[in-house]
Structure formats: structure tokens, C-alpha cells
Design a protein around this ligand. Structure first.
Ligand code: NAP
Length: 479
């Protein structure tokens, strides 16, 4: 077989098939391979005329079809399947060749695989691909890890097949080894928070303002034209406007109210604990899904007393809607800010040089959290590379200041009426934590010193101190 393919894709499921087609539609010759050859044949049969494909039935044929340095992209499930495919192909490759893992791998697996393959002279490029099935075909957001040397070769290809915003590609080199998969993981964590915040806004508009799903769809359509403009707000309006064909009921009312949580959202929260990164809006969004799924517990306690309030008048409902818009926007800024700070924390831990402006830039298109305000986030980090929080940027700070009263009023209204808004509450509490002069952590330190002699730092002089709590009281001593 002649080595004519610029890239090879193995794993032709939903994502792999569409990525292979995307490469081919962009003029690359693509070798295609799948564990079960029927998928390879089906791709050629249905889409073979879209571009230059080289179908391969065996691993050897597949590798032989690739131009040197070989570029081989794996699109299979994360975990054992990815390891199995690497073990199958790595022995057939030569130093300088590149294995790209475009699945949703855990970044620590990517770090392990990169180190092991580097020893064998191979580049391992952990790459986060976002945008689902449609994005993979039409242009995803691509977060590339691995070496800068590998990106020199792969970058132009990824940039070509990625989504474009204002002519700029939504693909970039994020940082070495697992940085690409880490940023993809946090992207998915932010996605959880964004979806939960939108869902809480819907719930308030329904239960407090008394709007129907169709009316709320119109509210979201309006919001989508403003600063909340985003893919998720746009599709929310579509979902809310949809009626169930069978019953004629609003679609949202016939769907069971229990949500699952898969790998990456959960990984974000688990990793955040290890990094001591307080991504509280993301964590609450993840726990909200878990709580929704505890159907027995919910059934046992449904009907417990909660808050009540008279329904709002039409004018009050309109005012409340505007408050919720402020609350949603401010909470969303906090959720994205938490995720971006977590990326900074990981970069410090793992020695990655991550430019958050670039991260925001490639999230503007192709991916699920694409949103108009990401352009301003990009600009904020481009203007100040040392920026640690969006709250330090003037325009965002002004918007959050403007949102103060309505944001607090929204959370208070929810509490008074007994409507759970865990993500709104967490975002507001995070903001209040950041702006507080003093936190009760001082008391925690006292408690810890009391029961465990853990010592504490003082505000007025350096050193660690321990108080002798048992009577008779003695002055504290340096520990
Ligand atoms: P999928 O449709 O379920 O396809 C899985 C593919 O993996 C199939 O081609 C399957 O081959 C192959 N495979 C599974 N185990 C294997 C093994 N042990 N050895 C060799 N091949 C094996 O999956 P997908 O949705 O395309 O997802 C692929 C990757 O992209 C996953 O890591 C996923 O998390 C990630 N991802 C998915 C999305 C999405 O929206 N779906 C978005 C971003 C990222 P057979 O045909 O032989 O079974």
C-alpha cells in the first residue's frame, strides 16, 4: 500500500467517522480503520465520494497507508479501549511518528501515556475535541496538548478543520502532555455549570414569575440576542418551545426530572478538590444532577414544608425576569471564572504555560459552551496576561456591581419560596467569599488548634502559634 494519507483515524464511531469526513472534506487524504471492519466499509460506501479515503482492514495496512511522520488519530472510548489501541499501534510506528488521542481521556492518563511513548521516541498528543457529532463534522473546538514540535506539524491540519470565528480558528496548542485534555475536562465542567444555571433561571421564571414554557422560550430568545448570547441559551429556547407530539404537552413536562453525570464533569470536581480550586458552581451543578437522580429519597420527602409566597402580578413578573437575567449573567461570569482559575492552578501544578486568552478564543466556536461573552474574556486576558480573575477586569467588574441587587434578590426570592438554586447560590457565595474582608476561617483555625493542636498563624506577627486550651489558661506560645 502506498503511504499517501496525511492522517489516519481509527475508531469510526460517531465522532471518529465525522472527524475523518471533516479532514477529507478539507482536502486531506485520510486513512480510516475500525476494530470491526464493517464500520470502515460503511463509511466508504456512504461517504466515500466526499474526499480521498484510504480504507484499511488491518492495523498493518492502516499504518502503511500513512505518510511520514505518521499521524494516527484514535477516536475510541477513554480508558482501557484507548490503552488497547495504543498497545496495538505503537509497536508498528517509528520514532517521530505521532499518536493523537481525540477521545475524552482523563488528563492524568494522558500524562502517563505521553511519558511512556516519549521514551520510545513517539509523540503522544492528547487532544480535547468539543462540539459533539455535528461539531466533529462541521468544525469542532480543538484543544491540543503534547509537544510544541508535534503541534508544528499537526496545528495547520487541526486549525483547518476547526470552527472559525471572525476568521480565527478554534484550535490551538494549549500546553504540554495532558494540558489539552485538562482544558477539555474543565470545558465540560463549565458546561455543567452553565446548563444548571440556565435550568435554575427557567425554574424561577416558571415557579415565581408564573410563565409557561413557551413564554420562557421567548424570554430566552430575547436574552440570546444580548450579553447572554450563547449556544446553550439558544437551544434552551428551542427545547422549551417544543411540544410533545403525542400528548401536546410542553416537551419539558413529559421528560423525567433526573439527570446523570458522566466522566468529565465529575472529573472536574474531583480534580478541583486535589488542586484546592473552589469551582463551587461547577460542583453544585454536578451534585444537582446527582440529587435529581436520587428518586427514592426525593419521593420519601416530597411534600415537606417549604417557603410560600403569593404569585407575582404581570408587572412584578417582568421586573423579576430582568432580575433573573442579571443573576444568570453574574453567576455565569463566576462559573467561567472559576473554571479558568482552575486551569491556572493546574498550570502552576504541572508546569504548563497556558494562555487563558487562547483558551477563551478557541471556546468561542465549535464547542458546547460557545458564547458571545467569551470574546470579551479573550480580550481581557489578551490585555492583561497576569489577570487572575475576570473580576479584575473593568467591564466585568462593572457588570457584576450592577448585578448586585437583582442577583441577591433572585437568590433571596428562591429561598423564600423554597426553590432550590444551588448553582446561583454557590456563585453568589463565591463572589461574597472573594470580596469579604474577613472570613470565619479564623474561627476554624481556632477550633483546629483546640482539638488537634494544629497551630495557627496570627494577623499581627509571623510564626505558627498554639494556645494551651486546658485550664489554667496560659498565654499562647510559638509552636
Ligand atoms: P462510539 O460511537 O461509541 O464509538 C466507539 C468506537 O470505539 C467504535 O469505533 C469502537 O469500535 C471503538 N472501540 C471501542 N472499544 C475498542 C477497543 N477495545 N479496541 C478498538 N476499538 C474500540 O464513541 P464516540 O461517541 O464516537 O466517542 C469516541 C471518543 O470521543 C470517546 O472518547 C468520547 O468520550 C469522545 N467524545 C465524544 C463526543 C460525543 O459527543 N459523542 C464528544 C467529544 C468527545 P467497534 O465499532 O469495533 O465497536
Amino acid at each position: 500500500m502506498n503511504a499517501t494519507a496525511a492522517i489516519g483515524v481509527t475508531g469510526l464511531g460517531v465522532m471518529g467517522r465525522n472527524l475523518a469526513r471533516n479532514f477529507a472534506r478539507n482536502g486531506y487524504t485520510v486513512a480510516v480503520h475500525n476494530r470491526s471492519a464493517s464500520r470502515t466499509r460503511a463509511l466508504i460506501e456512504v461517504y466515500g465520494d466526499e474526499g480521498a479515503f484510504v480504507p484499511a482492514e488491518t492495523a498493518e495496512e492502516f499504518v502503511a497507508a500513512l505518510e511520514r511522520p505518521r499521524r494516527l488519530m484514535i477516536m475510541v472510548q477513554a480508558g482501557a479501549a484507548t490503552d488497547a489501541v495504543i498497545d496495538e499501534f505503537a509497536p508498528l510506528l517509528e520514532p517521530g511518528d505521532m499518536i493523537i488521542d481525540g477521545g475524552n481521556a482523563h488528563y492524568s492518563d494522558t500524562r502517563r501515556r505521553e511519558a511512556a511513548l516519549r521514551e520510545r521516541g513517539l509523540h503522544f498528543v492528547g487532544t480535547g475535541v468539543s462540539g459533539g457529532e455535528e461539531g466533529a463534522l462541521e468544525g469542532p473546538s480543538i484543544m491540543v496538548g503534547g509537544s510544541a514540535e508535534a503541534y508544528d506539524v499537526l496545528g495547520p491540519m487541526f486549525e483547518k478543520i476547526s470552527a472559525k470565528v471572525d476568521g480565527e480558528p478554534c484550535a490551538a496548542h494549549i500546553g504540554s502532555d495532558g494540558a489539552g485534555h485538562f482544558v477539555k475536562m474543565v470545558h465540560n465542567g463549565i458546561e455543567y455549570a452553565d446548563m444548571q444555571l440556565i435550568a435554575e433561571a427557567y425554574d424561577l421564571l416558571r415557579q415565581v414569575a408564573g410563565y409557561t414554557p413557551a413564554e420562557i422560550a421567548n424570554v430566552f430568545r430575547g436574552w440570546n440576542r444580548g450579553r447572554l448570547g450563547s449556544y446553550l441559551v439558544e437551544i434552551t429556547a428551542e427545547v422549551l418551545a417544543h411540544t410533545d407530539a403525542e400528548t401536546g404537552a410542553p416537551f419539558v413536562d413529559i421528560v423525567a426530572d433526573a439527570a446523570g453525570q458522566k466522566g468529565t464533569g465529575r472529573w472536574t470536581v474531583q480534580t478541583a478538590l486535589d488542586l484546592a480550586s473552589p469551582v463551587t458552581a461547577i460542583a453544585q451543578a454536578t451534585f444537582a444532577r446527582a440529587a435529581s437522580g436520587q428518586s427514592e429519597l426525593r419521593a420519601a420527602y416530597a411534600g415537606l414544608p417549604g417557603g410560600t409566597r403569593p404569585p407575582l402580578s404581570r408587572t412584578e413578573a417582568e421586573r423579576f425576569t430582568s432580575q433573573v437575567e442579571h443573576a444568570l449573567y453574574a453567576s455565569k461570569v463566576i462559573a467561567y471564572d472559576q473554571g479558568l482559575k482552575m486551569i491556572q492552578d493546574a498550570a502552576a501544578e504541572y508546569g504548563w504555560k497556558i494562555d487563558l486568552g487562547t483558551v477563551a478564543r478557541i471556546w468561542r466556536g465549535g464547542c458546547i459552551i460557545r458564547a458571545s461573552f467569551l470574546d470579551r474574556i479573550r480580550a481581557a486576558y489578551a490585555a492583561d496576561r497576569e489577570l487572575v480573575s475576570l473580576l479584575g477586569e473593568m467591564e466585568f467588574a462593572m457588570e457584576i456591581t450592577d448585578a448586585q441587587v437583582p442577583w441577591r434578590e433572585t437568590v433571596a426570592s428562591a429561598a423564600r419560596r423554597g426553590i432550590p438554586v444551588p448553582a446561583f447560590s454557590a456563585a453568589l457565595a463565591h463572589y461574597d467569599t472573594l470580596r469579604a474582608d474577613r472570613l470565619p476561617a479564623a474561627l476554624l483555625q481556632g477550633q483546629r488548634d483546640y482539638f488537634g493542636a494544629h497551630t495557627y498563624l496570627r494577623t499581627d506577627r509571623p510564626g505558627a502559634f498554639h494556645t494551651h486550651w486546658a485550664a489554667p489558661a496560659r498565654p499562647e506560645t510559638p509552636a
